[in-house]
Design a protein around this ligand. Structure first.
Ligand SMILES: *[C@@H]1O[C@H](CO)[C@@H](O)[C@H](O)[C@H]1NC(C)=O
Ligand SMILES: *[C@@H]1O[C@H](CO)[C@@H](O)[C@H](O)[C@H]1NC(C)=O
Ligand SMILES: *[C@@H]1O[C@H](CO)[C@@H](O)[C@H](O)[C@H]1NC(C)=O
Ligand SMILES: *[C@@H]1O[C@H](CO)[C@@H](O)[C@H](O)[C@H]1NC(C)=O
Ligand SMILES: CC(=O)N[C@H]1CO[C@H](CO)[C@@H](O)[C@@H]1O
Length: 479
């Protein structure tokens, strides 16, 4: 073969590999996962706005329409239903890193690519499934020991690269980042301290909110899913080291740490979404006020909301509930600062880390959060990157975690520790579907994972595409 023929075949081999890798990366939900796993549970067949596409027999039509959202009947034209399925995507602990002066170039490149790898997962799943809710399960960042400037920089990446959204939904982040001034956490501290406990609670109760920027917008006419950010130990710290500065900037850019949203109140389809800051339930804490606030939230939920609440609860929180060793990867563990920690001696005795909530906290919190014995409940958490699935059964006089449900005394609460979306855990998306069963008059919940692969495949798709483009340009120029 002559040189130019070898060159010509190389060019096409690279091109074919690039096309194959890109197809793989864009269509991974259907290629890598069992049928149904990357869809809502019992999802109704999709329809197209082009009638000739509706003639394609299923399941092929669904494959085509899942992967090419622009061919679908627009969401706004869906028939209105007052019994709308609960459609939530959950992303476990992205933990994005930052760059320091000492960070090597290869690591910087890795961090840069990782943002877009995670963003690719979000974009693919959001376009495919059009969720009403998206929750990031805490540990948004890799470290709580960062300055405000770095906090702004990572939040900027969070909205620009990972979880992209329309401009009006990220205006606050972009403005804060552009101003780049240290946040006035003292002001936040003063306002919080002065607030009456009932007033604080009332400011954490919402009804039928589907859009943070327009409370009257209702699905399907919402422009973005309701985006929920949870506090993680890497965002605000464990209670033994969480400061007012941590709490203030989290509230500024990611929202409140505790709140409840009631849906369909007073109707059989009633349910609620509770966001709970599990980092500030136990101490000893550096700022004991945080524990007061979170417990006060739970107590007010018990006294003010529970008496009129008849539905199912969907709980979102970072730290899993107590369970015996062996049920999940992480067993129970609490670590406290002691005299061997000489760097900041004022923390001695404080809670330094925890894998689970304690047994006592678990008993109390589950009782308050899931008050209705006949209604199934579900809790999604983060923290343990491996993920886990178990049930809290009420047996005798207390809640016991088990791999299997036991409904003999009351409806169990399922706890799903959402496996991380990081490349090392195969870029997971957790898909939670809630469907109202008319016969039993109850919400039923189903959960599945849609898995991607380690980030190297995503990198390979970009690199081969770039090389292929380069080879084509060279051969075009040198013709
Ligand atoms: C944040 O990003 C800006 C540039 O956008 C940079 O000047 C600043 O040093 C960064 N902050 C930190 C703590 O690295
Ligand atoms: C808010 O939503 C309502 C109901 O969909 C709509 O009529 C209104 O125009 C929206 N307001 C804004 C500012 O987008
Ligand atoms: C979560 O954080 C994003 C990014 O800052 C923000 O757009 C969104 O509104 C936040 N959610 C809440 C409930 O504040
Ligand atoms: C289910 O719970 C009941 C008590 O409520 C207990 O007697 C029974 O042994 C449990 N069943 C299993 C399989 O654990
Ligand atoms: C765990 C769980 O709730 N799984 C349910 C998912 O949906 C199927 C079919 O409706 C049920 O049979 C499962 O029990």
């Amino acid at each position: 073969m002559t040189g130019s023929r070898i060159w010509g075949s190389l060019k096409w081999v690279v091109t074919i590999v690039a096309v194959a890798l890109n197809a793989f990366v864009y269509f991974y939900p259907d290629i890598l996962n069992a049928p149904g796993q990357c869809n809502w549970h019992n999802q109704a067949p999709l329809t197209s706005k082009h009638s000739y596409l509706n003639k394609i027999p299923s399941p092929w039509r669904d494959y085509v329409l899942s992967n090419f959202p622009s061919l679908r009947t627009p969401k706004e034209e869906e028939p209105y239903s007052n019994i709308r399925d609960i459609k939530l995507l959950a992303f476990g602990d992205p933990q994005i890193n930052g760059n320091w002066a000492s960070t090597k170039y290869i690591k910087r490149l890795d961090n840069y690519g990782n943002d877009y790898y995670l963003g690719h997962i979000y974009k693919t799943m959001k376009n495919r499934l059009e969720p009403d809710y998206v929750a990031v399960m805490g540990d948004l960042f890799s470290s709580q020991w960062i300055l405000d400037s770095e906090f702004y920089n990572r939040t900027y990446r969070f909205v620009e690269r990972l979880f992209t959204r329309l401009p009006e939904y990220k205006q606050n982040v972009l403005e804060t980042h552009a101003k780049h001034e240290d946040y006035d956490w003292m002001g936040f501290h003063d306002r919080e301290k002065a607030m009456d406990p009932v007033e604080r609670f009332n400011s954490r109760v919402y009804n039928d909110v589907y859009d943070w920027y327009n409370y009257s917008a209702k699905p399907p006419a919402i422009k973005e899913p309701l985006f929920i950010n949870l506090t993680g130990n890497h965002d605000i710290g464990y209670s033994g080291d969480a400061t007012w500065q941590h709490m203030a900037r989290f509230h500024l850019l990611f929202g409140q740490n505790n709140y409840v949203i009631n849906y369909n109140k007073g109707s059989p389809q009633e349910w609620r979404l509770v966001v709970l800051d599990s980092l500030t339930l136990e101490g000893p804490a550096l700022q004991p006020e945080f524990l007061d606030y979170t417990w006060s939230f739970l107590e007010n939920l018990r006294d003010r909301e529970n008496p009129t609440f008849k539905g199912s609860t969907v709980l979102l929180t970072h730290i899993p509930f107590y369970k015996k060793e062996g049920i999940c990867m992480d067993g129970p563990e609490h670590i406290y600062y002691d005299e061997t920690y000489t760097r900041e001696t004022y923390k001695n005795g404080n809670l330094r880390s925890q894998n689970h909530l304690s047994y006592e906290t678990t008993q109390k919190a589950l009782g308050i959060l899931f008050p209705n014995e006949d209604k199934p409940g579900i809790s999604l958490t983060g923290h343990d990157h491996e993920g886990c699935d178990s049930y809290y059964n009420f047996e005798g006089d207390h809640w016991v975690a088990s791999k299997t449900p036991n409904a003999s005394q009351r409806a169990p609460v399922r706890e799903i520790v959402v496996r991380s979306m990081m490349g090392d855990f195969d870029g997971q998306t957790g898909i939670l579907t809630g469907q109202f069963d008319e016969t039993s008059s109850k919400w039923e919940f189903n959960f599945s994972y849609c898995s991607f692969v380690v980030q190297h495949w995503w990198w390979a798709s970009k690199v081969t595409a770039a090389i292929s483009l380069l080879l084509h340009s060279i051969s075009f120029i040198s013709r």
